[in-house]
Ligand binder design. Structure first.
Ligand code: 4AZ
Length: 253
């Protein structure tokens, strides 16, 4: 995350850190005790094959991806992984960049609610917040486009939603933007998601509750003028998510 500030996990207790082969790979969001939402591009290897669930570890409750926190963290292996059947990455964008991890339960339970671990709400289908709405993006990724390493510490920044027509402008991303994506950035282009934040949440508060509206997906660099972050538009995927998870399509809590 570029701009914004370091926060402790209690500020984003749904934040998941996904490790593959013991290396940090991507962010995610806890949407139900056994389910983490992420980006499909996080789950596909250089050979275009879906990575093996056996290689994955998901941590909840981590303020840092380099410091273990035996008091607050909860560690899970992955029982099953779902990539979107219409995912593609061959046009300079990621289409249908949404994926799900089913955590392996221990003694019949997955995530246990605590101040550092809790689920985030899913928004109802097809609702849209107006352009200009202020949301927050969180992750352990780079703090500038040219950084050599990830932040390691969890950071969050405020970003404003952009209208589809602005983001489809030729000076922005033109035809790379589909109806299943939206853009968010700050008016001064000082905050953004960045490399290493992929899969993580863009959260907007509605009625005093946190809803995950977007999954960090792609962008042209980080915090560049007229090159906002691009997010998978979650409200277009309620059916797919509920089919995979068999959760109700919409839960207010
Ligand atoms: C990346 O490389 C990436 N500024 C993620 C988000 C953005 C750009 C790149 C958005 O994972």
């Amino acid at each position: 995350v570029v701009g914004g500030n370091v926060v402790s996990i209690e500020a984003q207790p749904w934040m998941a850190a996904i490790f593959i082969d013991n290396r940090y790979q991507c962010g995610g969001s806890l949407i139900a005790p056994c389910w983490v939402l992420t980006a499909t591009h996080c789950l596909i290897g250089d050979d275009d094959e879906v990575m093996s669930a056996q290689l994955m570890t998901v941590y909840l409750g981590r303020s840092s991806i380099v410091k273990n926190d035996s008091i607050r963290e909860q560690k899970f292996s992955v029982e099953q992984l779902f990539v979107h059947p219409d995912y593609s990455n061959n046009e300079g964008n990621y289409k249908n960049d949404i994926g799900l991890l089913k955590l392996r339960a221990k003694h019949g339970v997955c995530a246990l609610q605590s101040p550092s671990v809790r689920t985030v709400c899913m928004p109802p289908p097809h609702i849209m917040l107006p352009p200009g709405a202020i949301c927050s993006v969180a992750g352990y990724g780079k703090t500038s486009q040219g950084a050599w390493q990830y932040s390691n510490d969890l950071r969050q920044a405020k970003v404003a939603l952009l209208s589809q027509s602005v983001c489809e402008d030729r000076e922005y991303y033109g035809k790379l933007i589909t109806k299943n994506m939206f853009c968010a950035g700050s008016p001064d282009w000082k905050t953004d998601s960045c490399q290493g934040d992929s899969g993580g949440p863009l959260v907007c508060e509605v009625g005093g509750r946190a809803f995950v509206f977007g999954v960090v997906s792609w962008g042209d660099g980080c915090a560049r003028n007229k090159k906002p972050g691009v997010y998978t538009r979650l409200t277009n995927y309620n059916t797919w998510i509920s089919q995979k998870t068999r959760l109700p399509a919409y839960t207010a809590g």
